[in-house]
Every structure is written in structure tokens, then in C-alpha cells.
Design a protein around this ligand. Sequence first.
Ligand code: ZN
Length: 298
Amino acid sequence: MSDLLIKSLGFKNSARIYLTLTTESVNYIGDKLQYFPSALDALGQTMSIATIMGGTLKKDETVTIRVEGDGPIGKIIVDADAYGHIKGYAQNPHVHLENNNQTLNVESTIGTKGTITVIKDLHLKEPFIGYSPILGSGLAKDFAYYFNISEQTPTAIMLGCTIDTDSRAISSGGLMIQLLPNTKDEIIDEIESIIKSLPPLSEMLASGYSLYDILHNIDKDALILEETPVEYKCNCSKDRFAKGILSLGSKEIKDIIDKDGFADTVCHFCSNKYHFDKSDLEALYNEALIKEENKSKS
Ligand code: ZN
């Protein structure tokens, strides 16, 4: 099954049920940047929740999730949009921690203290920014807490990654069940008991359940509203990095020209490299000078 996001409405139109599979996207970036298993698990889970949050957006809106714990992986940053595009990276992909029973220790990889930041660009004057603590018992609980507290929407989250010893994801996915306003108590009770009865998501996915099977197990009458293919997509370009260099200002660009005579930049999200030779840098230097002159005039 290819990467996918399913948006559905269940429990007599009382709850959103969103499910995603992100295995191929996780392996795409995992292979490219040679992630170690527990780091890939942490990134994969963040990519799955980002895909789901992307699914809650309208077209052209974007969401960025930053998971900043005190663990050795450092920052995890994932971007998603409403079209199923995701990209993400972890600061230190070469982290691997196991529990005593040889399962991956994602909690310690991320850390047990820290902050989750959700930044949504909704094309308003200011972006929406929500914060939530890392509680230390898994990203699914952290993000459920985020939705319940920061967005005041009762939400259950399941995230699951199964990574093999070659550091490839056998499966990676996520599930969100979110109550719509005015849901009756008996339906809330029903949803809670179904969530409790479900096996871990990683187990279901790794044993071959499709997203449709899982949805059917949650609510066989759920109505599928939309199915969106999910794809790892980085929109970096030399031009974007040129803007970054330009923002350093003429003095700093001049320093680079004098010191190195070139600049090599690497995209964190896809590891593409962009080389700026001396003439590229000189053009940017001149552009920066003009900009600064115009600024001082105005
Ligand atoms: Zn890139």
C-alpha cells in the first residue's frame, strides 16, 4: 500500500477519524540520510502526526511541527500541507537507543522534557502558534495533550512505526480520532472503549492491516470523505538558498568571498547540495548592496 491519508467521519457523524500511512516517505528520507533505527522511529511518528495535521488544513495552508526534547536526537522538524506533501528531518539522525527488551527506545531518543511547537500558516497576519510540553511517555500522548489543551478539542492519537535492524520502516502510520462539538456521552463512552480495545497501531500495520481494515475495526459504518496520496516532497532550490545568503547582508557576503571564495549549502530536508561560486556570490553581494542603499534612502 502506498502512502496515504484517509479522512473520514465516524460514530454517527460525531467524530473525525483520520488515518495515515507514511512508510514510503519515512524510508525515502531514512535511506537518503542513513537514519539509525530509533531516530527513524521518532522522525516517522512526527511525520505521521504532521500528515494528519496537514489534512486538517485548507489548501495552501501549511503546518510546521517542532519537537524539541532533551534527548540525543535534538530537534525534529516536519512540514506538511493539505495536499499530502511532507518533509522532515532530525538534527542528529545517527541516534539509536534500545530498551532492555531490545525494542526501540523512542522516548529517550527524543527526551523526557521539552516542548512541542505547532506553527500553522493560515495566511492570516500572524501564524497560529501552539505549544505543548513533552511529557515523556510517547509522542502520541504528547500530541493528544496538545489537541486537548492547546486546541481544546478532545482527541485520541495513535502513532506507530516498526523499524527493522537495517533501519528501514516495515510500516509507519498514525491515527487520530477527534470529537466534534456536542457529541453525546454514550458515543464518547463507545469511542473510548473502542480505542482501549485496539491493539497498538504499529502491531496492526506490521501484521498487514490496511488503513481500510483499521478504519473498519474502529467503525464499520465510517464515511470516507477524502483519500489523499502522501508524498515526501522538498521544495528547496538554489534560488531559495540564494535568498538565505542575501539575508546575511553585504558585509558578511564579502567576508565569505574574501575568505573562501565559494559557499556550499545543504538542504536539511533532502540533503540536496547547492554550490555558490565566486561569481554567484559577487552577484549576491551587489544585490545586497543595492538593497541596503535603498533601505537607507527610504
Ligand atoms: Zn531540500
